[in-house]
Design a protein around this ligand. Structure first.
Ligand code: 3H9
Length: 707
């Protein structure tokens, strides 16, 4: 090292004839305006400095560069814009080597593709995940990636948003070499010195021709991708634009292709889908910021006990085993325990059969699993999760046992989806140690975890729930105690709205189609058929004595259940499933039952447009969400959005119900609710929070900022 010239966010330091530029912009070196300006200045200065013969680009901390600064989207662009910076790097007269470690994503990878050589360190993750934010790689990525890896592989990378390991990136042609050093500076200097020794000069990606040499094959790959996108992208805007940009890379000279990319990028940037997806990105990172984590440290969790080996218990066991923790499962008898063990093993068997897991990995996970029919086996557990059926008395009996056997300081959790966690906690001598951990089925797959904090739950117990979720790579959302917590409580409201529309004239098929057209993967009646009508039926029967008589009760679901039509598992529900078909067919008998119910209830059916179905469904959802927020059951609006997105199929590009409400405008939602309330004030009365916000000209986003 000889001298040093420091800028703010990009530090330039010369090591003899090699200038190392280190992006230093925590937490992830995102390419903010300051970073771009500093990087541009450092590259420019290097051209003029006769002592510099090569440039190494690297990132400080754990990552190279995680991409454009997502927080700048939607604000006026500040020069230099990233595509120009990439062109400037590529135009350097001195060779530029990018050393990739940690995340080299989006604009970060695009900077690397504009460099002349790329070296990846072990553990590096490379990707162009812009599609997950409603964008396309807009700094030359759609033009340079196909020139290095071919159209097919580039399309796969950009349309999936997946990350490649360093080895995969080498195989794909995205990087030139894997470093054996784990230090980015050493690796970069070694590569640059070798390059200079071999008299290697700039080698520009824009000039690479080999990967696109077979033009008919490249065009065929884009045609196939266009077909696939049309079939599978469910209303998403950016995937088709990505395909268009890659086609330009094949057909047009480089600079013209860049022009096409820029125009398409700006279209994506302006789209409401981009706003929804970026909202979802940040919302998912906000949920873990809870007051309890500021007040207390989580307790250590090394051993986990699970009571119950049914679908939920087994799914939770798999999630815990996958996180590298041991599990002891307790069931009431040997047969039930054996079924629980078999369910766990079955998940891994399927993965091995599909080639997604090696047999030795399966064996290692199962080796961490033990079972017992005695509660005493839980004496060592730091966290015990009860996952038995939804019956308060049965749960109270389990918690009485846990109270007896759990070691001091163990956290006791219930996986109930709606029962009163405070009542369960009160059955123990240590209610401060009790919380709810509401997993979603299949528990080893679904990302959402509602962490239910009861009246007496201690801060360190709540913090432990969040830390445990992090270990399991789940998205934890803090929920207060109420019937159904956040997700199921809001679900009950919009299902009720759907049922009322069904009795008033819309068929379940109309409602499902409208909800799918909004962007859900399936409608509420398809969902009920999939989950099994018997579960909801049992709940309704249990709740019948305490049902609010002022609320309308639609009995159509009960009529189907009385016939044993529980959905897919019985071959019919709202739909028919002949010969075990997964895709349901409309059932005239169901329509006849609905007609009979309308007669019985004295309802004269009327037609519903798709738009009206969607507006009522969403209005019910948003109104209940506002009540959930007002009562402090959710900490912030964006937490509710995350619950809907990651647990209930709300279309991600719409950002979640409350982001959607803001985009429609709260006065419009309120006007709908007031209109519907004329028919049925008990159900449709607007939430006082909604009235207040709309009256003050505010939106839900303003509450996010305040949270
Ligand atoms: C793009 O590049 C467009 C270009 O093609 C064209 C431009 C013209 N910006 O996730 P973490 C924050 S689009 C701003 O918890 P991890 C994040 O919010 C971009 N902030 O850490 C969080 O903040 P806080 C394409 C960002 O270790 C903190 O960093 N790139 C950005 O679990 C830590 O994040 C992507 O889509 C950003 N780009 O995971 C990559 N990224 O602490 C997006 C993160 O206040 N990022 N933050 O809550 C990721 O996938 C993950 O953050 C990463 C680290 C894997 C990097």
């Amino acid at each position: 090292m000889t001298d040093s010239a420091s800028t703010g966010a990009a530090l330039a330091r010369r090591y003899e004839d090699v200038l190392v530029i280190t992006i230093d912009h925590p937490p992830v070196n995102a390419l903010s305006a300051a970073v771009r300006a500093d990087l541009a200045a450092a590259v420019r200065d290097a051209q003029a400095d006769p002592q510099v013969r090569a440039i190494v680009l690297t990132g400080a901390g754990r990552n190279f560069i995680a991409g454009a600064d997502i927080r700048e989207f939607g604000k006026p662009p500040q020069p230099p814009i990233l595509p120009n910076l990439c062109n400037q790097i590529e135009a350097s007269a001195k060779p530029v080597v990018a050393v990739l470690h940690g995340a080299a994503l989006g604009g970060g990878l695009e900077v690397a593709l504009a460099a002349h050589y790329r070296v990846a360190l072990p553990g590096a993750r490379l990707g162009l995940p812009e599609v997950t934010l409603g964008l396309l790689p807009g700094a030359g990525g759609t033009q340079r990636a196909p020139r290095l890896m071919g159209a097919q592989a580039a399309l796969d990378l950009m349309l999936s948003g997946k990350h490649l390991s360093a080895e995969e990136a080498l195989d794909a042609g995205l990087v030139d070499s894997l470093a054996s050093e784990s230090d980015a500076l050493d690796a970069g200097l070694a590569y640059a010195r070798q390059l200079l020794a071999l008299r290697g000069g700039p080698r520009r990606t824009r000039d690479a021709t080999a990967a696109l040499a077979d033009k008919p094959a490249a065009l065929a790959a884009t045609d196939a991708a266009a077909d696939r996108v049309a079939r599978t992208s469910r209303g998403l805007f950016s995937p088709a634009r990505i395909v268009e940009a890659v086609r330009a890379a094949i057909e047009l000279p480089f600079d013209e292709g860049l022009g096409v990319e820029r125009a398409l990028f700006l279209q994506c940037l302006d789209s409401p889908q981009r706003a929804g997806l970026v909202h979802a990105f940040f919302a998912e990172r906000e949920t873990a910021k809870i007051p309890e984590l500021k007040q207390a440290r989580p307790r250590g969790v090394e051993r986990v006990g699970i009571v119950g080996g049914g679908t939920m218990g087994a799914g939770i066991a798999v999630a815990v085993l996958d996180a590298g923790l041991p599990v002891v499962m307790v069931e009431q008898d040997d047969a039930a325990l054996e079924r629980g063990r078999a369910r766990v093993a079955h998940v891994y068997d399927l993965l091995v059969d599909k080639g997604r897991m090696r047999a030795d990995e399966r064996a290692a996970r199962l080796a961490r699993f033990t079972g017992s029919t005695h509660y005493d086996a839980l004496a060592d557990a730091d966290l015990i999760i009860e996952a038995i059926f939804e019956d308060m008395d049965a749960k109270l009996a389990v918690f009485a046992q846990l109270d007896r056997v759990a070691k001091p300081g163990a956290v006791l959790a219930t996986n109930t989806s709606y029962l009163d966690v405070d009542r369960i906690a009160a059955a123990t001598r240590g209610p401060a140690d009790v919380l709810g951990l509401h997993f979603f089925s299949p528990a080893n797959v679904m990302k959402l975890l509602e962490v239910v904090v009861g009246r007496q739950t201690a801060p360190d117990t709540a913090a432990t729930g969040f830390e445990f979720a992090r270990k399991l790579r789940k998205i934890p959302v803090r929920a207060g105690v109420c019937d159904g917590f956040i997700g199921n409580r809001i679900l009950a409201a919009y299902r009720q709205a759907a049922d009322m529309m069904m009795e008033d004239g819309a068929s379940p098929y109309d409602i499902d189609a409208a909800v799918r057209a909004f962007g859900y993967p399936m409608g509420p009646y398809q969902m009920m058929d999939l989950a099994g009508g018997d579960i909801g039926w049992a709940t309704r029967k249990r709740r019948a004595p305490t049902r609010d008589p002022a609320l309308r009760y639609v009995q159509i679901a009960d009529r189907l259940c009385e016939r044993g039509w529980f959905g897919q598992k019985t071959g019919r529900g709202y739909y028919l499933y002949p010969d075990g078909a997964r895709q349901g067919q409309q059932d005239p008998d169901v329509l006849a039952i609905i007609d009979a119910e309308r007669l019985r209830a004295g309802v004269r059916p009327r037609p519903y447009t798709q738009e009206e179905i969607q507006r009522r469904y969403l209005a019910a959802m948003i109104n209940e969400a506002a009540n959930v927020l007002r009562q402090g059951i959710a900490l912030r609006p964006s937490d509710i959005d995350v619950v809907a997105l990651s647990g209930y199929g709300f279309p991600r590009y719409r950002g979640g119900p409350l982001h959607y409400a803001d985009s429609v405008g709260l006065p419009a939602i309120l006007a709908d609710l007031r209109e519907y309330a004329k028919e049925d004030p008990a159900f449709w009365t607007p939430s006082p929070l909604l009235v207040e916000l709309a009256g003050a000209g505010r939106d839900f986003t303003s509450l996010n900022r305040a949270a």
